[in-house]
Design a protein around this ligand. Sequence first.
Ligand code: ASP
Ligand code: MG
Length: 479
Amino acid sequence: MSESTTPSAGRADATVLKFGGTSVADAAALQRVAGVVHDAQRGTRPVVVVSALAGGTDALLAAADAAASGDPKLMLPQLDALLERHAEIARGLARPESAKGIGTVLARARAEIADLLERVAAEPEHQPALRDEIASYGERLSAALLTAVLLAADVPARYVDARHCLITDETHGRATPLPNTEQRTRAELAPLLDRRLVPVLGGYIGATLEGVTTTLGRGGSDYSAALVGAALAAREIQIWTDVSGVLSADPRVVPGARPIPSLSYAEAAELAYFGAKVLHPKTIQPAMERDIPVRICNSHAPGDPGTVVTARGEVRAGAVKAIAHKTGITVLQINSTRMLGAYGFLRGLFEVFERHQTVVDVVTTSEVSVSLTVDDAGSLPAIVAELQALGTVAVESGRAIVCVVGEGLRITPGIAARVFATIADINVSLISQGASRVNLTFVVEETRVREAVLRLHEALFERQGVDLGAAAAAEELAS
Ligand code: ASP
Ligand code: MG
């Protein structure tokens, strides 16, 4: 296993294009992807990272679950349907000879998966590794299919087995990439890029140093794209999805929500908690360390600028970028005079949550009380019982978190006053201005959260005439 470093290791002209499951859901979607990759060749050297076809990973893991409960054949019809979707797309979009090749690959995959499912049932001790092996077919097959579709669209695509690039530890289902990933990825991809080929690899999957298949955790393809981008020192990492970037609010609550042109890594990280459409901070980490912009693009509207996430973002006085919210929150308030002047108290308190593997989100403290929020109330009765040893505990359910996000908050005096004046008649608790100073977070009753978010969006975006798209005047303020 030699780790060759190519001399031309940096690929500053490479761009990683990652397509999620919905971008490769069917033939029409794949054709759009082919168009995007084809056009991308004009200004850059594309490297394609692709997810399993929509629903593919779910189907594969459901089959593994059924096998683990003793029925390895239960889900075979669903898997056949998944494989047939690949075949049908290949017949529609690939050249006849590659469609035939894909047919052979699919037939082999069917036999291998069926065999793996039998092993899941027979060898419970190997289940985690076998599950990853089974799940990996989703991305391996979608990458093979996309390669064939790209070739038919005159893109010089080349399938790459992602397991030769992403080297991870042995934590199946949630593996952590090892530093070797960087050299391996360069060694695999740089020669292809030098030959003007377009590498196509599946996201989400990797392998241990011994070559055992692993996965990075659900939704891990974005992370794969960032790791590949970092390894190549790419110019940009593009996450192609079905929305035109990160929106200024949840469009189901705020019809006037609009795409945010640019975010800083810190803003994106704050927003990550609130919505699946936003990148996970872990995803951005490899890009952030290399200062590589991450752009969220819409494969249904490739011309839209989307949202670009960079180190600095765009810092303008008064600029609030988004108003995020999350319902289903429980607030716990712990009061204890023992806290006064005592050290170690908070540690004991948080250890309770740690023991019950419950994530705490917003925290505020005074001398004798701590208020905090959790969104997973599963272990609440046990947690409350333990906390009662530390003080009196009040539980308020049916709460919501509202988070106003923007680097501009740091440099805008009076913004908090404006926020709270806008919702003066709504009860607000647990106010917290994050340590990063790019967010102002607070809790309201769930029944009033829509109203709060709508009014804040109107006051901070619409009524002020702050046009996020073309704020030329506001731009001047920044400099
Ligand atoms: N296909 C994997 C999943 O569904 C990874 C991804 O799509 O990002 O979780
Ligand atoms: Mg995803």
